[in-house]
Structures are given as C-alpha cells and as structure tokens.
Design a protein around this ligand. Sequence first.
Ligand code: ADP
Ligand code: ZN
Length: 468
Amino acid sequence: MRAIEFADLTLAIRTDRDPDDCVERLERTVATKSYFDHRGPGLEDLPGYGSAREWGLDLVNDLREYRAGRLPWDCVEKGLLLAGPPGVGKTQFARALAKSAQVALVATSVADWNASAYLSGTLAAIKKSFEHARRLAPCILFIDEIDGISNRETLGSDYREYWTQIVNLLLEMLSGIEDRPGVVVIAATNHPHHVDPAVKRAGRLDRTIEIELPDIETLALIFRFHLGPEALSDVDLMPAALVAAGKTGADVEAWVRRAKSRARRQRRDLIIDDLLTEIRSGRDVMPDVTRRACAVHEAGHLVVGHALDVFEAKTLAILDRGGATVLDISRANSQTESGIENYITALLGGRAAEEIILGRPGATAGSGIGEDCDFSRATQAAIDIELRFGFGAFGVVHFPKHATEFLPSDIAVTRLIRQRLDRCMERARRLITDNRDTVEAVAGRLEVTGYLGRAAIRELLTKHPMCK
Ligand code: ADP
Ligand code: ZN
C-alpha cells in the first residue's frame, strides 16, 4: 500500500464498482509498483561496505542531479560489478541504493534467465528484464549471479554456440548508452574470476568493487544495526564481534533473530550471552587449560610490549578457535637495532609468560604454530638484523635476496640468529618475572571475560604499575 498514490485510489475505488472489484484493481496497481518498495534501510543507514558505499552515495547524488536536469546521463556512473562472498549484503546494497536514490529496483538473476529450458526463452527473459528497466527509468537493474554467464573460454564446444548467443545479447543490452538512459546496472557475483571478461569490458560493468568480509569493528556495527537502538543499548558489542570474526552480515542477522526469540520465549530481556550462545552454537569450546594458557600468553605480550614501548594494545581477546589476538599500533622507534630487538622481545613475551607463570611443562606450542606465528616473526626480524640491516656480525655487507634466503640455514649464521633470539627471550623472561603481578592480573581478567578493551587495559595497567 505504501506504493499507492492518491491518483491510484481515485482510479481504483469508484462508487459504481463493487468492493471486490475495487480491491482487485488496487492489487493490480500495487503489483506493477512493487519496484518502488522502499522499506528497509537506505545506503546511508548501513554499516560497512567500504568503497562500494562511497560509490553508491556518489551515484545517489548523480541521479538526483540527472533527474533535476542538471547532469547529462553521460556523466553518471552507470554500471558496477559487485564481487564478494555470499551474505556480505550485495542484494541488500542494491535495495538500499534504490531507496536512497528514490528510484525503482528491478531485480533479476542469471538463474532466472536460465529458468527456461530453451535458448529462445532465455534470450526473451534477458530482453524482458532490460525492457522493463527501461520503462521504469531512472532505475537500478540488479543482476545477481552474473558469473552464471560463464567465461566462454572454459566452456565445452557443445555449449559454446548456446552461450555465445546469450553473451552477445547481454553485451548488446549492456552497451548502447542511448538505448537506456536512466538505467544503472549492478551485477553481483561470488566468483568475479568466472565472469566472462567480455562482460566486464563492455561499456558499463568495467568497474569492479569487492565487498570484503566485515572486520571486527564493522561486525560490531552490524550487530548494533540488527539489534536496533533499544536492545542491549549500553552494552559493548565487541565481545560478540570478536567471536564472530570471519562471518558475514547475513550470519549476524540470523544470530540476532535467534537470540531475540530465545529471550522472548523465556520472557526476559535480551542479554549478550544470548548472542554469544548463538554465535558459538555448533562450535568446539576451548578446554579450560588452553584458555588459561591463552590468557597468560596474551598478558605476556601486553606487559612486555608496554614495558618496552613497542606498542599500545587496543584489544586482548581469547577467540573460539584456540587463537588469541592482540590488536596494536606500532610506535615509531622501529627502525633502530634496539627498537627491533624490543619488538622481538615483545613477540617472545607470550611464550616467556607461559613458561614462568605456568611452568615449562605447562607452556604450549601456540607460539610456533602457523606461518605468521610469534616465533617466525621474531626469527625473521633477527635474520633481518643480521643479514639486511647492517647491525650484525657481517657489518654492512648487504646480501642479495637469494642469499638471505639460504644463508640462515648455514650453521654459523643460525648460531648468530639463535644467540640474538636467546638474549631477547632472556630479557622477556626477566620482564615477566619483574612484573609477575601485572601479568597475573591481566591474565586473570582476560580468562574470565574473554575480552579486554582499551579502557580495561588502561585501568589494569594503572592499577599495577610496571617496572621496566
Ligand atoms: P548477498 O547478496 O551478498 O549474498 P544479502 O544482500 O542477501 O547478501 O544479505 C543477506 C542479509 O545479510 C541482508 O538482508 C542483511 O540483513 C544482512 N547483511 C549483510 N551485510 C550487511 C551489512 N553490512 N549491514 C547490515 N546487514 C547486513
Ligand atoms: Zn603470541
């Protein structure tokens, strides 16, 4: 009914018709106008979307100017290929953009086009979508799963003829600005590399914007968006966002919906644990000893890093999958030999804390697991000091790249690197021992909450002054 205007009412409802007839006419009017269904958020209301959002907001402006007759159609950005994994909100983007620009949205997909068993049916469906969009211009034509028009190069010869006709028609439709002034085409794909290059080159889809998985901060905003302003209104949503790392807006929407209905069923207000339970459901829970080791490890990084002024921690967290993170900002002193050694020492602070607080038998392998682990980063920095930065036993000899790759496996060179790492490890152990109370306090809090924000970290460090 939102689509109905006053004139539609006077056309449909007349005293010489019976009520059913009037209602039927109204329904028909609504059906033809559903492209203007502007429920849901506008683009400016949505969190995330990175550069796609900027592109969209610019387009909203351009369309306004175009409609006011102040901007020729040639100057409007008319096409975009939106790439990104399922659930990052590509469809929602097109809907929100149409709403913000106050134009119609014609949504279709290559799967819709292919629903016909015959080539002629598919070709007709493509034409129909574009004709429809042209009639509603200015409007947005959203084409989902554009990679369904596969790359011709990868098709077997049986299909090639078939696909060639489809691709050619699509190209014809996509090019030819004069034919469709006012139609902005947004195509979406989960697999940008499967899209036929010709489709990307043709006039309008020459621009690709990747929508990435939301980062932690954006996830927190998306949680807030779906919770609305009232639910959990003064609760920090970072703990939920951290546990949700790597997931999409669509996942967040589902978790919030389920958490809300859990609270409703139990006739109480929503609490953050409802959310955490939904996010964690079906995942393995970390055993208590591992959780304790993670907390001690992160506390070790924090204490050594702060004692040596290597970084300022924004967040300490224990994540679900055994991992624990420190989000930090490096400070400026990273170019000197002692600055780099401080950095190595902070990297080794995690293991040092485990050994000292938990005892050597309680220390975990975590510091050495993965390509980008503490030990590999510390070792690489020690190698750089020795072979590239001119601070080591080779003086300012600068080795070519291939030499810096094989030299570290020379036993004499390994010994030099090892000695430097040992010295840093010794220093890390000493700092942990000297600041044992602080490490214990931070680890204890982290173990309980799973998450320490900047304010909590600052508070702990003020309460437990450190010796450097
Ligand atoms: P895609 O088309 O990329 O698969 P959808 O547009 O269908 O994703 O997104 C599904 C749902 O996920 C949306 O209806 C929305 O509720 C939620 N969502 C995705 N991204 C966001 C975001 N950045 N902010 C808010 N909600 C989002
Ligand atoms: Zn670590």
